[in-house]
Design a protein around this ligand. Sequence first.
Ligand code: OSB
Ligand code: MG
Length: 369
Amino acid sequence: MRLCQATLREIRMPLVRPFETSFGRTTERRILLIEVDVDGTIGWGECVAGERPSYSPETIETAWLILRDFIWPTLARKEFRAAADVWEMLAPIRGHNMAKAAIEAAIWDAEARQKSMPLWKLLGGAPEDIPCGVSIGIQESDDELERVVEKELAAGYQRIKIKIKPGYDVQPVERLRRRFPKIRLMVDANSAYSLRDAGHLRELDTYYLMMIEQPLGWDDIWSHAELQRQLQTPICLDECIHTEEHARAAIALGACRIINMKLGRVGGFTPARRIHDLCLEHEIPVWCGGMLESGIGRAHNIALSTLPDFKLPGDVTASKRYWTEDIIDPEVTVTPQGTIRPPWGPGIGYEPRRERIDQLTVRREILRC
Ligand code: OSB
Ligand code: MG
């Protein structure tokens, strides 16, 4: 296999409604899409880096620069056997996982299309329905939060995750628990607390949450181990896990009992599968996180979620929760049971809608050999 050309695009898509976390509010996404030509077959990838370096150090601007100036020259013209080899070729470039994952995933899509098979099959997944949960941003009031949860449960979603931050944590959880005593409920703090808050976070133990996601520092595995010893609720790590070595350390230290897997955060399908296999071996369940992706990133997440250790409902949801109109055909839909059926078409199994993508494009750069 050989890469002939890649096209970088920035598209802008307004969210159906703003999404607020402990680190800020997003109303419009700036999304970097990459289209690769591998021996004449096209593959698509999405970079999940944000508009600001507040979830991770990467942004759409750093990803664009690294893709054009370092990743492209490293990969262009080189012969490789399979998409599975791309991750090793990128080893000389340190970090920048979201930039790497975007092109790596696009090459996986191209390989699967070239072989006329679904990407999930090429990855070794099973064609079973994927259980879905939702991530609900910080709301204006508890009444509003309750209304949103009610709506998502009615749509069939199997698990509710709410974003929390200091001053907005125990109270919304208590309110939801009173109203919905039996639902699968969890919280995500996006690193808004420190170990000094351990006593306060322990109050959450009363509400039998499935897990508390990333309460402490984005790069602080050790403190999570200390906190997990003081909590009954399982800790799930998101921001902290960028590499297989991080996952190994977190498991060995007892810093988490669950891991949130994101393709962009770990650098692509090859590292994601390695972390997946490590977790499976250590009986640590994983689930697929989301980054407010367009349909292209969503489709990659669906393929990833077919691997056997994805035992808990992920943050992979219907297109219409975020977009009035998605950029793929068909759009991602969720069954009344709150599941997504993996598609049988080749590659990611959803067709990027070129005309719509062109309409949304605000900048484009073609990388040639
Ligand atoms: O922490 O999981 C997170 C969105 C942006 C950045 C970080 C996170 C999230 C979400 C949304 O929780 C998940 C989704 O795409 O539905
Ligand atoms: Mg998270």
